[in-house]
Each structure stands twice: as C-alpha cells, then as structure tokens.
Design a protein around this ligand. Structure first.
Ligand SMILES: Nc1nc2c(ncn2[C@@H]2O[C@H](COP(=O)(O)OP(=O)(O)OP(=O)(O)O)[C@@H](O)[C@H]2O)c(=O)[nH]1
Length: 345
C-alpha cells in the first residue's frame, strides 16, 4: 500500500484580491486616533491560529507607544488539546513579544478570562489614577474583540452582553462607549472601562498566502475569495497536520474536487439532477474547520525563518495608506494584464 504524501507547497495565486480595507475600517482608524489621548492602554487581539499573519501594522502606527496587552484569541481552535504543542507555541510567542504582556484566550475559559482581568487590574492599579483606567480593544475583523469584551464583563462585573457578536466580519461598525469590566471598589481607582472598536483589516496584504489564511480564519467576508480555492488551501493545511480528520468522507487525498464530491454526496449537498453542490460544500467544509471539526491547528508556521521575517517586517516602516492603495491598484492592474488574452498573429 502506498503512503500518502501531502503537497509540499500551495501554488502561488497572483489573481487573488489582496485588500479588504473598507470604509468603516478607515473611519474606525480615524476615530481611534482622536480617542487615543483618553485611552490608558490597548488590548490588541490577534488570532491564535495565525499569530504572525493576524498582526496589523496599522495598529502600531495608530496607537503609537500606548501601553499594550496582546491577547491571542480562539486558542481553543489552534490546539488539539494535547498541551505539549500548545506550550511550545506559547513559549515561542512570549519570547517574540517580550516584554509586551501576552495572554491566550478561549472565551469560554473562565481561567483565561480571569488571567486577562488580573493583568488589566495590575496595570490599572499601577497607574493610581483617580478615575480608573480606560482601555480600547482593537484587532482584525472577526478576531473576537466583542466576544472578549462580553466575557471580560461577564466574569469581571457579572453583567450580561454589552456588544454584538457574529460569525462574519464587520458586526461592530462603530466605536461605542466604554463598558465597565473591573469594579475597583469604593474609591473607583482601579475601575477599568473597555471600549469596543470595529475590526480593521490590513490596507494591503502583500502575499496571497496571507490573504488565504486571513480569509480561512474569517477576517474577510466569505464572498470575497472563491470558496473552492479556500477549501483547497484548507485541505493543503489539513493534510500536513492529519489527513485522517476527513476519513468519514474520503481517504487521504490532495484532490479537493474528489473530497468535495464525496462530502457533498455524504451530506446531501446536491443540486438538481443529483450533481454535487461544489461551492456550497466548499463553504461548509471551511465552516466545519472554523468550528473546530476538521482539526485544530495553526496555519502559520512558527520556525526560526518565519520569526526572523516577522521581526524584519515589524522593524520595517509600515506602508502608509496611500502607498497601500497604490500597491493595491498596481496588483489589480497586474491581475488584469495576467488574464488578458494574448493576441495571436
Ligand atoms: N471557538 C472560539 N470562537 C470564538 C472565540 N472568540 C470569538 N469567537 C467567535 O468568533 C466570531 C467573531 O467574534 P466577534 O467577537 O464578533 O469578533 P469581532 O472581532 O468583534 O468582529 P468585528 O465585528 O468584525 O470587529 C464569533 O462567532 C465568536 O463566537 C474563542 O475564543 N473561541
């Protein structure tokens, strides 16, 4: 019996869109700038499944040197629960971000949420301000900011949901008013208020691989990238980790067509005439993974090389918005040139 060999690389797809910077993202950034002088520290959320890719350099530019806590959200979706791999990733990320305080959260874990609250209480108490502390939660779309705010409020002051959440990006469109997440007692000195903000996408994503990762993790609306490509990219990653996770539908394969066909037939996703609904099944497959049902793993590789590239990109001056727009337009022109039929004499 031949052994299955996963694909060593995913083809570079120059034709994919590289931007998803919307009007309410720009408006959110502008508002953040105006509010910054009222903010004592920032909680920056990144997705644990893409710890390097979910960094948005725009935040570093906008938030300047404001004190920051980085929270890696959706921790539960990035680890298989064995603990060992998780501990190594946590250690690597702590080293990378040192001395910035780092937390990891699964919003359902009271332990994780308490840990974040304790850190925020310590920062707030250290300030000894008469009116408590005011913080802002920022991050890419759909990273889990509003969910985190609700969980902090629930555990911190036993109050119900204050922010709307949802499975698609863009649920939060505006910066609201701060909600109390820590009650500092009669003096109010260590009260902590948290402000939710709209998710902000990177103005221009230089590589297609990063765009696919962000889309898989839900930072981009599902109608922006072709579901078939997303499913194929997901299959490429699943096969590297554990090709048995889809064994109820098909044996290990690198052929996404075959897998989607089998999934569609098994789950009854068929169109008129009994032909498989490939697009619908592709989206269903992606959703299954997002819900933790097709393996829980990181999409970013954490190697010395990838950390070195990350450190380099952090040190580089972030692209200005106009540079990013220009890069986006150039990419569109290049795409148009690539698809234009060649004149045959
Ligand atoms: N499994 C898991 N899902 C999470 C976690 N945190 C958030 N989610 C889910 O992620 C989705 C997005 O969460 P939101 O809190 O709405 O994300 P957001 O960052 O506020 O999104 P925007 O409105 O785009 O800014 C929701 O379906 C949440 O249930 C987590 O720790 N674990």
């Amino acid at each position: 019996m031949s052994t299955f060999v996963p694909r060593a690389a995913f083809p570079v797809l120059d034709s994919l869109p590289r931007s998803y910077y919307l009007g309410h993202h720009a408006a959110g950034v502008a508002k953040m700038r105006t509010l910054l002088n009222q903010i004592d520290f920032v909680v920056e959320c990144r997705d644990y499944r893409i710890p390097l890719t979910s960094r948005n350099p725009l935040f570093e530019e906008v938030l300047a040197d404001r004190k920051r806590i980085i929270v890696y959200t959706k921790r539960d979706l990035g680890s298989d629960g064995s603990g060992q791999e998780n501990a190594k990733t946590i250690e690597q990320l702590r080293k990378l971000h040192s001395p910035t305080p780092l937390c990891f959260s699964d919003f359902r874990s009271t332990r994780d949420i308490r840990h974040i609250l304790n850190l925020m209480r310590d920062l707030s108490e250290a300030r000894q301000a008469l009116t408590g502390s005011h913080c802002m939660v920022v991050g890419m779309p759909n990273v889990g900011k509003s969910t985190l705010l609700n969980a902090l409020r629930q555990t911190g002051v036993h109050k119900g949901k204050a922010a709307q959440t949802g499975a698609q990006p863009g649920v939060t469109r505006k910066i609201g008013t701060g909600v109390k997440i820590i009650d500092g007692g009669p003096t109010n000195q260590s009260d902590v208020y948290l402000l939710d903000t709209p998710g902000v996408f990177i103005p221009y994503v230089p590589d297609a691989d990063a765009m696919l990762k962000l889309a898989l993790c839900g930072s981009v609306k599902d109608n922006i990238l072709p579901p078939f490509t997303l499913a194929d990219y997901l299959l490429y990653h699943i096969n590297i980790h554990d090709p048995t996770v889809y064994s109820e539908y098909h044996g290990p394969t690198n052929d996404v067509d075959q897998l989607l066909d089998a999934m569609a037939r098994k789950t009854g996703r068929l169109q008129k005439g009994g032909t498989p609904d490939v697009e619908g099944t592709a989206m269903w497959m992606v959703q299954r993974w997002r819900n933790g049902h097709l393996g829980r793993f990181l999409l970013d590789e954490l190697t010395e090389d990838s950390f070195a590239r990350h450190v380099e990109s952090v040190a580089a001056r972030p692209m200005s918005l106009s540079q990013a727009k220009k890069a986006g337009k150039e990419a569109l022109r290049a795409r148009a040139r690539a698809v234009k039929p060649v004149d045959v004499a």
